[in-house]
Design a protein around this ligand. Structure first.
Ligand code: CA
Ligand code: CA
Ligand code: CA
Length: 236
């Protein structure tokens, strides 16, 4: 094997190593609500307070009985949440609830990029068991109407894992909205975890890698056949 061929192969190997180390993998994000100040009884914050972590919140109202059509319409949406600084959190010192004195209010989550999976941990006080849900939602063409494409249910008196977890993983199907739904009384959650869809850059990187490998392979074959090189060596 000649020096030029060795250089070409080293270029290909270096490029592949660079590609493996490059961007395009999914990110798992944890939002623990602990980077703001909150009083024990709760402090109101705009729904965009944690948007630098890729998620915005709104307090809203949804029908506690899921309609058979699997579509639901939200009402009373408010660009605010309540951050509570007390021992009912999972990670100290804070967790969040919807902003209302009426028990059956919910939290809509809007993600900056689509996600494959989501998990929340329900709050920690001693209480009676009430049904709570986490819903993965897909918007319809109608304002504030969503199709339910994933459901997790549990009871809010659970204080140990996995009973206190609500989680949805739709595999390769992504979604950009989720609803934390209470049905009979207020409930909070903490430690929101979601997995974002990889950036399109990963796909383009694969295409560039394939094209580069094919071009370098062609150069090797041309030189092996005695055809003069028509461009500069990639090792330069
Ligand atoms: Ca927390
Ligand atoms: Ca609870
Ligand atoms: Ca309860």
């Amino acid at each position: 094997m000649g020096t030029n061929e060795k250089s070409v192969i080293i270029c290909v190997i270096s490029f592949i190593c660079g590609a493996w180390a490059g961007p395009g993998r999914a990110d798992v994000v944890l939002v623990n609500f602990d980077n703001v100040s909150a009083v024990e009884t709760g402090t109101l914050y705009p729904g965009t307070t944690f948007s630098n972590q890729g998620v915005s919140f709104a307090s809203c109202i949804s029908p506690s009985t899921l309609p058979s059509s699997s579509n639901l319409t939200l009402s009373g949406a408010r660009d605010e949440i309540k951050v509570n600084g007390n021992a009912n959190c999972i990670s100290s010192p804070n967790f969040i609830t919807a902003t209302t004195t009426v028990g059956t209010n919910d939290i809509l989550m809007s993600f900056a990029v689509p996600i494959f999976s989501i998990q929340v941990t329900t709050d920690d006080p001693v209480e009676s068991g009430d049904l709570v849900r986490l819903l993965a939602l897909e918007p319809t063409e109608n304002p504030w109407e969503f199709t339910v494409i994933g459901i997790a249910e549990g009871f809010d008196d659970a204080t140990t894992s996995p009973a206190n977890l609500l989680a949805i993983d739709l595999g390769n199907k992504s979604f950009s909205f989720a609803l934390f739904q209470v049905t009979t009384e207020s409930e909070g959650f903490d430690d929101l975890i979601f997995e974002t869809v990889p950036e399109a850059g990963g796909t383009w990187l694969s295409i560039v890698l394939m094209a580069t490998t094919a071009a370098l392979g062609s150069r090797i074959r041309r030189r092996a056949a005695g055809v003069p090189p028509d461009g500069s060596d990639c090792s330069q």
